[in-house]
Design a protein. Sequence first.
Length: 178
Amino acid sequence: MALYGNPQLSGREKVFHDDEIIVSKTDLTGKLIYGNRTFYRMAAMNEKQTLGQQHNIIRHPEMPRTVFELLWNTIKDGKEIFAYVNNRSANGDNYWVFAHVTPSFDASGNITGYHSNRRNPKRQVIDSHIAPLYRDLLKIEQSGSSPKQGLQDAYDKVLSILSGAKMNFNEFMFSLGV
Ligand SMILES: Cc1cc2nc3c(=O)[nH]c(=O)nc-3n(C[C@H](O)[C@H](O)[C@H](O)COP(=O)(O)O)c2cc1C
């Protein structure tokens, strides 16, 4: 259960400063184990409300599942990913981020958890590229014969965009400008 989850969306967007970084860390299952001050301010929640909760506590309902599928496939494989993410505050506001998500390793090279740093993205990249792309992916996900098929179709759409652009996902994200 998302403790503070499912507030009505307010339709208001929040932004944070270019010199700020939103930081959070999770365990292997995606449960929050750390957030910095900027994380709590933007999420409009405190440590007590978030630590031990799944990171999807700030999930925005308009985010396509495909992006999170890609994220988890990549980090579980021991690799880093860069992605634009729209998040939801506890009061229903939203805020866009450009996120770097990476595994943390122990001395033997085992993954011990995950770590994310997020910057304020450029408005123009969101408006011209990311928001329309994510709207398309969400629509594809929702029009599949089943949720599983919808996710597969949207995932295939991303792969075909990458193959057309001859880029991997991270290169594609950076090619849009950061
Ligand atoms: C280190 C780390 C950071 C994450 N950051 C976010 C985030 O900022 N917003 C978000 O919605 N999901 C984030 N996720 C992904 C969530 O774990 C989850 O997959 C996503 O919210 C989708 O939730 P759902 O599977 O319940 O739909 C992060 C995961 C990890 C491991």
